[in-house]
Design a binder for this molecule. Structure first.
Ligand code: BJW
Ligand code: ZN
Length: 247
């Protein structure tokens, strides 16, 4: 299932960069964006992830994030997250870039995680920017207020908002520098993150997708491994371990 080129890369690559999306957490039980269902099936998740939606109906958007926080706090990292944590100790240079806000990479043991879309647990005041005190926002159905009277918002990046500059710079540099780039569990629809695999490819990296369904980028990439990341990532790490010793 793994091509000879990918096997060679896993054995020899100097720098591996990985971009993860919601699919890497799907096997943990975290709903993805573009396949979400259940209680919130009546809402389009991508339409709740905007500042306009929050300003129009803060209680609706806040309670959606409360619901998601509840799910995330109650689940565990899966074998895909653990494989990526192990990869950090296996390759001379390894860059983990995620669009996810769920902290599951860190909970699996990854030490350096570059979060392009923020973190669901880092709430802050929309008016004065003060972080919401304490580690965990309470699971309220109504929006919270800061001491200054401003609304508390989740510390995530909504559509139309800039990504954190240092994290985006890091991700672009990693894409320019790596030999192997893995795009894992992402639909490849949201920019600028979706531009990273092709940026890496233009600079000569071998770019591989891991996804049960071909993404929007699949046809342009070098190799697509069709299947769940919780199965495929551990297989790639086992392959790499045949050639490398943990650093
Ligand atoms: C599995 C699996 C298993 C299932 N194993 N896989 C260039 C062109 C066109 C538009 C733009 C552009 N540049 C910028 C834009 C605008 C916009 C954008 O991209 N729009 C497009 C949708 C058209 N981008 C922005 O606005 C960004 N900001 C920006 O560019 O700033 C500059 C600027 C400033 C001012 C004005 C204008 C520009 C910000 C984007 C922020 C995205 N935020 C969200 C919400 C985060 C907070 C939260 O979590 O609530 O981020 S939206 C949502 O989508 C979330 C995700 O991180 C992101 C990506 O989704 P992802 O991870 O790919 O998930 P899904 O659900 O789409 O896919 C899951 C995949 O998993 C599927 O493929 C499944 O098959 C797969 N899967 N099971 C592996 N077991
Ligand atoms: Zn405030």
């Amino acid at each position: 299932m793994i091509s000879a080129t990918l096997e060679h890369m896993l054995a020899e690559a100097r720098h591996i960069a990985v971009l993860t999306g919601a699919g890497v957490s799907a096997e943990s039980g975290v709903p993805t964006f573009r396949t979400a269902g259940g209680l919130w099936a009546q809402y389009d998740p991508t339409r709740l992830a905007t500042r306009e939606a929050f300003e129009e109906n803060p209680d609706l958007v806040w309670s959606w994030y409360s619901w998601r926080r509840g799910i995330i706090r109650g689940v565990q990292p899966n074998p895909g997250h653990f494989a990526l944590a192990e990869a950090e100790r296996l390759f001379p240079r390894f860059s983990l870039i995620t669009q996810n806000v769920d902290n599951l990479h860190r909970r699996a043991g990854s030490r350096e995680v570059h979060e392009l879309h923020g973190n669901i647990e880092h709430s802050r005041c929309i008016a004065c920017g003060r972080p919401y005190p304490g580690d965990e926002a309470p699971p309220t159905e109504t929006a919270l207020h800061c001491e200054c009277g401003g609304l508390i918002r989740p510390g995530v990046v909504w559509f139309g908002e800039s990504l954190p500059e240092t994290e985006l710079d890091f991700a672009q540099q990693a894409a320019l520098d790596c030999d192997l780039f893995l795009a894992v569990g992402t639909s490849g629809l949201v920019y600028p993150a979706a531009g990273l695999p092709l940026l890496a490819q233009r600079r000569g990296a071998y770019v591989v997708e891991i996804n049960p369904e071909p993404s929007a980028l699949a046809r342009q990439l070098d190799e697509c491994l069709q299947g769940p990341s919780g199965v495929i990532l551990p297989l790639l790490i086992e392959t790499a371990k045949r050639f490398r010793t943990t650093v």
